[in-house]
Every structure is written in C-alpha cells, then in structure tokens.
Design a protein around this ligand. Structure first.
Ligand code: GUN
Ligand code: ZN
Length: 439
C-alpha cells in the first residue's frame, strides 16, 4: 500500500447512498439517493460537495484531479462491526462448532501473535484484505497480547483508516500463552487506550472475549475501564451457540441470563457491541433495548459454525441496532458483499425479507449508526469523512451479463451483493485517498 500522496480532489460517476437515517420503521422513502452522473468533491479527507455533475462541474477548479468511473457504482465504504484480526490465517477450518473450533483452530492461531514481528506482518495482510474487500471501517478483536493491538493500530494508522479495536481480555479457560490476569488486562488496556483512543481515526474497544474466558474479577475490571474513559467501546460475544450458553449458566449461576452477566459488570450500553445474539431470551432482547446496546450480525460465521439463524426481524421489532459483520475466521469471507448475500439466505430460511436497500443500508449508514459513527461517516453528506468504494457491475463475465439485465438500481445492487466479492471492488478510497486498486 503506497498511498500517502494519492489524495485527489474529486470523483465523478454513478453514486448510491442513503441521505439520512431510515429510523426504526426502515422507511426508505426520501432516503435513497441515486445520482446517475454525480460529482463528489473532497477536501482534506472530507466531503466538500456532492451532487449532480451538471451542477457541480462549474466548481471544479482548473487542473483538479478528478477520478472518473462512468460504468461503475460508487457507494460509501463498507462497515464490518465484528472481525478477528488474528484469525485471518485459519479462515475455512473444517468440521467444528464454536467451542471445539476455538480450541482446535482459533487459540493455536492466536498464540502466534505473541511474536511481535508476526503480529506486524499479519496486521499489514489484514488491513490490505479489508481494503481489497471495500471495508473502510471495522470493529476488530486482537489477541490477548498487547503487541497485537499495537500492530493493528499502526497498520490502520498508515492508511488513516477508522478502526475500533482492542486487546482481548482472557484470564481463564484458554491455553497457556493466551492468558492475562485482571491486573495485566487492566494495565495493558489502559496503556493502549492512552496511546490510541481518539488518536486520528483510531478508537479503542474494551474487549473481554466472552464470559467463559473471563473471571468475574476480570469482567469487573473491564467494567471499570468503560467507566473511567468516556466514549470507549466494548465488544464481546453473546449467545452464539447452545453449548456456550449452557457453559455460561454453569459459570455464573447467580445471573439471570447470559446478557445479565455483562450487564452486571457494567458492560452494556450504546457503545457495547455484542457479536451473534442467535439464541436470546425475551428478557435479553429487552435488556439490549433498555441499554441501547448493539448487535453484530455475522451470517457467514453463523452458518459455517452451525450456530443458528439470527432473527433480524425480531431485532427490528425490538428496536435494537444491528450492524453487519464478517466474524472472520469463524466467518468465511472478508467481503461484506458476500456477508449480505448470506444474510439474505439466513432471512429466507426464516421467511423474512431482506431487500438490496436494507442490505446496503446495513453495510453503510446503518453500520455507522450501530457504531455511533453516523455523524462522521456512512454516506456522502457534506462534511463526512471521505471513505468510499467503487463497485464494478461487470467484474466477471457472468456479473456483466446479469448487470445488463438489471431493471433498476435496486435490482443491480441486489445482483451485486449476491454475486459480489473482492473482485467486485474496483477501487477503495479511505480519507480521500486511493488505498486499493484491483489489478
Ligand atoms: N466466542 C468467543 N470467541 C469467539 C471467536 O473467536 N469467534 C467466534 N465466532 N465466537 C467466539
Ligand atoms: Zn467473533
């Protein structure tokens, strides 16, 4: 990635985004914005002007660097609300459900990140892979090792990418080499918070892996950090797998539910992101709503690990924010487009609908709302951070044929998401700079 001086003044092409929040009713009327020949003007990594080319052309200064994409579709950068940096290399590991998969694949892979140079090498691979897939904002789990978070933050900072990340806290039920203590988890997390939280576009998430791998003392420490630093994020896993839920009941017999464990230690709230939430009880749905907590929907992972089908319609009814997520390496693709496609199938199996507008909303402005970043990014409104993706409706011979037949923009977007993957991502821009160019 050699991007530093590739900043540009604007982009001309076909744009699609959502101009404002659709609200709980998912009302897309007046929010869908489709500009067939549009212009996006940029200044210092932000959007300075957006509209029709015919209106905007007059403002383009002589000699301005304008990238033109007449046959493409330009959308805001994709947002991945839950992904594991140290699992990239064990993506697609055969044959297990969650707890066995953790022991047999995830933990051995994560051990390697005790090695600083390995962490640094993989952080570059990881960030490049996000950008290749059009993901410009991500909430990321690192390993228990402080240097894994250092490596990731440094790699993200090099392209000035918006990343929320944290060192995993884990002080029991994991192999040696992957354990911290309540005290070291507190000290190491604090150090990282002081160094990275709100530095440029970086944000910190307190990251207890999940209730089974943290003692009550460690969960208390996590809650203390969240209290001590305003606007920190908290990310963890919740109610993904039946055996996991039973284990939590055994470990925390005094708590009313899995969510209640987190609630008890002060880990719920508007910046708390809970991965999966497949098997929630009624009281847990209420608890998520009452605390304005957020769910990360991880369809490829939920199918791959056989965890179950997430009930997105219920989440809408309960008015709980949901963001799209890959959950690599339990998830099987870095591509948010592929994740939307699998989400569609998860919904089909439950007789629920998932339109292209809903899907692209979740991947962009909806994701920004889930991460409380919608005042900064998620669409092309003036003043927003200039992160966007140029999609190629003719990325493959088949896609080209299908795109030719599309009846309208909704149909084109639907085919893009169902057939799409990293090949569909022609260019990725972060902070107004070109950071990925498909070969
Ligand atoms: N629960 C606790 N840790 C993990 C993880 O790494 N991946 C998934 N999918 N679930 C988890
Ligand atoms: Zn996960």
């Amino acid at each position: 990635m050699k991007m530093r001086n590739s900043s540009i003044d604007g982009v001309r092409g076909r744009f699609f985004d959502f101009s404002k929040s659709v609200g709980q009713q998912s009302n897309f009327e007046g929010t869908v914005r489709y500009v067939e020949d549009g212009l996006l003007l940029l200044k210092e990594g932000h959007i300075e002007w957006f509209g029709d080319w015919s209106e905007g052309r007059e403002q383009v200064p002589e000699g301005a660097r304008i990238h033109e994409y007449p046959d493409k579709v330009i959308v805001p950068g994709f947002i991945d609300c839950h992904i594991h940096f140290p699992q990239a290399e064990i993506i697609a590991a055969y044959g297990e459900q969650l707890l066995e998969w953790l022991n047999n694949y995830a933990f051995p892979a994560e051990k390697q990140y005790g090695d600083k140079s390995y962490s640094m090498e993989m952080a570059e691979v990881f960030v490049a892979e996000l950008l290749r897939n059009g993901t410009t904002t991500a909430a990321v789990f690192c390993t228990v090792h402080q240097q894994s978070a250092e490596a990731l933050f440094a790699a993200a900072q090099r392209v000035n990418m918006r990343v929320i990340a944290g060192k995993v806290m884990m002080d029991r039920d994991a192999p040696p080499g992957l354990l911290d203590t309540p005290a070291t988890a507190y000290d190491d997390s604090r150090l990282l918070i002081e160094k990275y939280h709100n530095q440029g576009r970086l944000l910190y998430a307190v990251t207890p892996r999940f209730a089974p791998t943290s003692t009550p003392e460690q969960l208390a420490v996590a809650g203390r950090l969240v209290q001590e630093y305003p606007n920190l994020y908290m990310q963890t896993h919740l109610s993904e797998n039946i055996a996991e839920i039973e284990w939590v009941q055994e470990l925390f017999p005094d708590r009313e539910s899995y969510l209640d464990v987190y609630e008890h230690y002060g880990l719920t709230g508007p910046r708390s992101i809970f991965g999966h939430c497949i098997h929630l009880e009624d009281a847990e749905w209420t608890g998520l709503f009452d605390t304005d907590s957020v769910i990360a929907f991880c369809p490829t992972s939920n199918l791959f690990l056989g965890s179950g089908l997430f009930d997105l319609e219920r989440a809408r009814r309960e008015d709980v924010r949901v963001g799209m997520a890959t959950d690599v390496g339990g998830g099987t693709s870095f591509s948010i487009l592929s994740s939307l496609s699998e989400a569609y199938k998860v919904m089909q199996l439950q007789r629920q609908k998932f339109s292209a507008f809903e899907a692209f909303y979740m991947a962009t402005l909806g994701g920004a709302e889930a991460l409380s970043l919608d005042h900064l990014l998620g669409n092309f409104n003036v003043g927003k951070e200039a992160d966007f993706v140029v999609l190629d409706p003719a990325a493959t011979v088949l896609q080209a044929k299908r795109s030719e037949k599309s009846k309208n923009i909704a149909d084109l977007l639907f085919a893009l998401m169902v057939l799409g993957d990293d090949r569909t991502v022609f260019r990725t821009y972060v902070d107004g700079r070109l950071v990925h160019r498909r070969e």
